[in-house]
Design a protein around this ligand. Structure first.
Ligand SMILES: [Zn+2]
Length: 85
């Protein structure tokens, strides 16, 4: 198991250690605590979901709006062409 300096006191601790033998800090082998990491992971996931929703929304918007405009414009074009001819 690799030894890393404790994030709190710098004491050499195992990366899998749950508490530092020198200062008693939790998860001394990790630069951030588990709660902070979970928070960052959840924020990261939220950001990805938000980006996907915005991207998907824009994609749907860009594909459906021209279709709707085309459908709405088509009868008018046919009517004007039919009236002229
Ligand atoms: Zn320590």
């Amino acid at each position: 198991m690799p030894l890393v300096p404790c994030r709190a006191c710098g004491h050499q601790v195992d990366t899998s250690a749950t508490a530092c033998p020198g200062c008693g800090a939790t998860n001394p082998g990790h630069k951030i605590s588990r709660q902070q990491r979970d928070l960052i992971v959840s924020l990261f996931q939220f950001t990805i979901v938000a980006i996907l929703l915005i991207w998907g929304g824009l994609y749907v918007w860009r594909t459906t709006v021209p279709m709707i405009r085309e459908i709405l414009a088509r009868p008018q074009v046919e009517q004007t062409q039919g009236g002229e001819r």
